[in-house]
Design a protein around this ligand. Structure first.
Ligand SMILES: *[C@@H]1O[C@H](CO)[C@@H](O)[C@H](O)[C@H]1NC(C)=O
Ligand SMILES: *[C@@H]1O[C@H](CO)[C@@H](O)[C@H](O)[C@H]1NC(C)=O
Ligand SMILES: CC(=O)N[C@H]1CO[C@H](CO)[C@@H](O)[C@@H]1O
Length: 456
């Protein structure tokens, strides 16, 4: 189903697909969508690695790409610097956009909003915050506000924070500015401040595409009628796709300003303009992924389909905190020093996630949430889990035991939460789970444009 373009499906398939998508979207958005206010930037080249890694075959083709990173004033100081060591380290061409112009570690962070219709800037409430930034800079927001807004979740309240409300206005201007900045790039890769790009995989994947075609490649998501690429997972436009989109947007500027004012998700607004311009989305899950290895369910399917991620290559993650980006990039480096194959989701499971499992981790939140029981001890909780044939992991906090039929690594719990939480896994069952996943694998690796229209 994933590879199939909606046009060639029958009407009923479209309806079913839409229903599945809508359900998946509701679930996904509920659990995963956090805003990440981006900006663009560019032009000061990060120091190239002294180990020559950036010149190696693994980065072949990166010259053809303009990386466009979107952030916002409330999050940039905390979330941008790590990208100079990761996403942007080997990228010769990049540009950073925000809602406020500044320099961070010597890199120009540009204002995405400087050409928005002055009447909208002067009068639309979404721009109250922007006017404050223009007038007072970061001094206009307290550090408590910046902290709160930069972690705002995709809930009604979260979407109503000033950073989020402004963020949606950045997407279309950023698209145009990126094209103007580098009119002849073959590809434009749009990422956010908590995206993580696995470059060797992404570059190999893109080599399967003809850059002269209008490609819009991203992890599919749907709001209302619009199917679009989820911004946090990163998405890719070919030069001609970006050109057609910008041209179409320019021809109906007022109309899209109104559309933007009534919407809340900038990635969806961009997807709408692309659709209106006749550029369809290639559904790229799970080569682009909307979560990070420690939070993901490796058994997740797409919508109601049988599609599995296990054997596919992975070329992006989302919700990666700076410390997790450091940790994962160390893993990625050691992988490519030792192994000649591109990373797949299962490799990340076996070699990054599995080594972090212990029978017991104190101060660790394993995201267990299927069932709850009152218990006295950690051991009683383990016993409860072992008694249920499908329980893979469990955790205790205070006298509550939670068990789970899905597997997720989780994170250390924050010291200040007060409540001691410990997590445990049943290692033999995790091993069986992985074997089952291996058996589910066919020879999937990349999502590429369909040659024939074949249903999964
Ligand atoms: C990036 O790498 C440099 C050099 O290794 C290091 O000093 C710096 O702290 C790193 N920055 C971040 C944000 O991790
Ligand atoms: C490389 O692959 C081998 C064989 O699968 C594995 O043992 C090793 O741990 C891998 N390297 C890393 C860094 O994971
Ligand atoms: C035991 C445990 O880890 N509990 C936590 C699991 O994750 C959910 C969702 O984050 C928390 O609500 C539980 O407290």
């Amino acid at each position: 189903m994933l590879r199939k373009s909606a046009k060639s499906t029958t009407l009923s398939t479209i309806r079913i697909t839409a229903a599945i998508l809508a359900l998946f979207w509701l679930w996904y958005i509920h659990h995963h969508y956090h805003p990440s206010f981006i900006g663009i930037y560019y032009n000061v080249q990060p120091e190239q690695s002294s180990d020559g890694e950036c010149e190696s075959e693994l980065f072949h083709g990166i010259d053809d790409i303009l990386v466009v990173l979107r952030t916002g004033a409330s999050e940039a100081p905390a979330k941008l610097p790590i990208h100079f060591n990761t996403t942007l380290r080997c990228a010769p061409h990049f540009i950073i956009f925000s809602d406020m112009e500044e320099y961070i570690e010597g890199h120009h962070v540009r204002n995405a909003l400087d050409e928005v219709d002055p009447d909208i800037v002067a009068s639309h409430p979404d721009f109250d915050y922007y006017r404050l930034l223009l007038e007072k800079g970061r001094a206009g927001i307290t550090s408590e506000e910046a902290q709160r807004w930069s972690v705002a979740a995709n809930t009604k309240a979260g979407r109503d924070t000033p950073g989020w409300r402004l963020d949606k206005w950045k997407f279309l201007p950023i698209a145009e500015k990126s094209l103007a900045h580098r009119p002849d790039a073959k590809w434009y890769l749009f990422v956010e401040a908590d995206s993580y790009i696995l470059w060797p995989a992404l570059l190999e994947w893109l080599s399967h595409f003809d850059h002269l075609q209008p490609h819009y490649i991203g992890m599919q998501m749907q709001i209302g009628e619009v199917v679009f690429a989820y911004g946090g997972a990163g998405f890719i436009l070919s030069n001609v796709a970006l050109r057609e989109m910008v041209k179409h947007w320019r021809s109906k500027l007022k109309q899209y300003d109104e559309y933007t004012a009534g919407h809340w998700a900038g990635d969806c607004i961009l997807g709408k303009v692309l659709a209106d311009a006749g550029v369809g989305l290639l559904w790229a899950w799970p080569n682009l992924f909307g979560d990070q290895p420690k939070d993901m369910d490796f058994d997740s399917h797409f919508g109601g389909s049988d599609k599995r991620l296990w054997c596919h290559h992975v070329s992006s993650y989302h919700h990666v905190s700076p410390p997790d980006a450091v940790e994962f990039s160390e893993f990625e480096h050691s992988w490519y020093r030792q192994n000649a194959t591109l990373l797949r989701h299962k490799d990340v499971f076996y070699h990054y996630v599995l080594p972090q499992l212990r029978p017991e981790r104190v101060d660790w939140n394993n995201l267990s949430e299927d069932d709850e029981w009152p218990v006295e001890t950690f051991q009683t909780c383990r016993d409860l889990c072992e008694k249920q044939p499908d329980c893979l992991q469990f955790s205790t906090s205070g006298k509550i035991c939670r068990t789970s039929r899905t597997f997720t690594l989780g994170h250390p719990t924050l010291p200040q939460t007060g409540q001691l939480m410990s997590s445990g896994w049943i290692p033999e069952r995790i091993a069986l789970y992985a074997q089952r996943m291996d058996a589910s694998c066919m020879d999937q690796d990349w999502i590429v444009p369909p040659k024939t229209s074949k249903m999964d």
